[in-house]
Design a protein around this ligand. Structure first.
Ligand SMILES: NC(=O)c1ccc[n+]([C@@H]2O[C@H](COP(=O)([O-])OP(=O)(O)OC[C@H]3O[C@@H](n4cnc5c(N)ncnc54)[C@H](O)[C@@H]3O)[C@@H](O)[C@H]2O)c1
Length: 269
């Protein structure tokens, strides 16, 4: 008896994905997982050197892009013929309370974390509307409107804004075939997280503080977040679908008719 052949049937076959912050961490893991599932990935980052690590993977094209630069974004949007998925992953973590956050820190964070998404969506959405289909994924965080987290004042403010932006775009464009979701991870083991731990006065204490608040005793991996993003990028999700998603990491979904916010929350409370 001949069994049906599933070879070559990726979950993202034929899809074109534009991804920011792809040079390391969650963005890099997503670029690799998207390509493994058959997508053509336009992997962008401001760090062109580090981005070159992705050249070894088939299905990934690299492109330098600073997501705070409107001109660069508009140029890329003009060059790309078709886009199925826009994944806004770039983000920056400022450590501190409101009293530690100078105006320049506030402006820098809001610029990288929120204004960048505004610019990217404005540049790529018209193309999606012309196609009558599109899928936007924004990177938020549990440190947002979901949870109050110490020493994450402007970061949490910016990630709460990402949730608002996501809901707004979802509400305005779902009837035009566009869905817009955001992902809200807890603590994920990435190079920048390790850098923030090393920068603390007592790095060992900082690491055990991070671990102490994980239900599982360990941080999530970038690959685990990438698997959730593959699911969101795929046709397995419909913008109209209200669903609950549980993984061994207790990924929990809050949804209404127009949007889904997925978060992998490893934290105890
Ligand atoms: N690591 C975590 O614990 C965690 C948790 C929740 C949410 N997030 C979010 O996930 C996203 C990725 O986080 P990560 O820890 O993997 O990141 P990371 O800091 O390890 O990597 C970020 C990447 O963004 C790029 N980048 C920075 N500024 C840019 C700009 N102006 N234009 C283009 N690229 C730029 C950097 O070059 C880098 O490659 C961020 O939005 C972050 O806020 C991370």
């Amino acid at each position: 008896k001949t069994l049906p052949c599933v070879k070559g049937m990726g979950r993202l076959d034929g899809k074109v994905i534009v991804l920011s912050a792809a040079a390391q961490g969650i963005g890099q893991a997503c670029a690799i997982e998207f390509a493994k599932e058959g997508a053509t990935v336009i992997a962008t980052d401001v760090n062109e050197e580090k981005l070159k690590e992705l050249e070894q993977y088939s299905g990934i094209e690299i492109q330098a892009l600073d997501v705070t630069q409107k001109g660069q974004i508009e140029k890329l949007a003009k060059e790309i013929e078709k886009i199925d998925i826009l994944f806004n992953c770039a983000g920056f973590v400022h450590h501190g309370t409101i009293l530690d956050c100078e105006e320049k820190d506030w402006d820098f964070t809001m610029n990288v974390n929120v204004r960048s998404m505004y610019l990217m969506i404005r540049a790529f959405l018209p193309k999606m509307l012309a196609q009558k289909s599109g899928n936007i994924i924004n990177m938020s965080s549990v440190a947002s409107s979901i949870k109050g987290v110490v020493n994450r004042c402007v970061y949490s403010t910016s990630k709460a804004a990402v949730i608002g932006l996501t809901k707004s775009v979802a509400a305005d464009f779902i009837e035009h075939g566009i869905r817009c979701n955001c992902v809200c991870p807890g603590t994920v083991d990435t190079p920048s997280l390790r850098g923030r731990i090393r920068a603390r006065p007592d790095p060992d204490q900082a690491l055990s503080d991070f671990l102490a608040r994980q239900k599982t005793g360990r941080m999530a991996t970038a690959k685990e977040v990438a698997h959730l993003c593959v699911y969101l990028a795929s046709d397995e999700v419909s913008g109209w679908l209200a669903f609950k998603l549980y993984t061994n990491y207790c990924a929990k979904c809050i949804s209404n008719l127009h949007h889904d916010i997925l978060y992998i929350n490893t934290w105890k409370s």
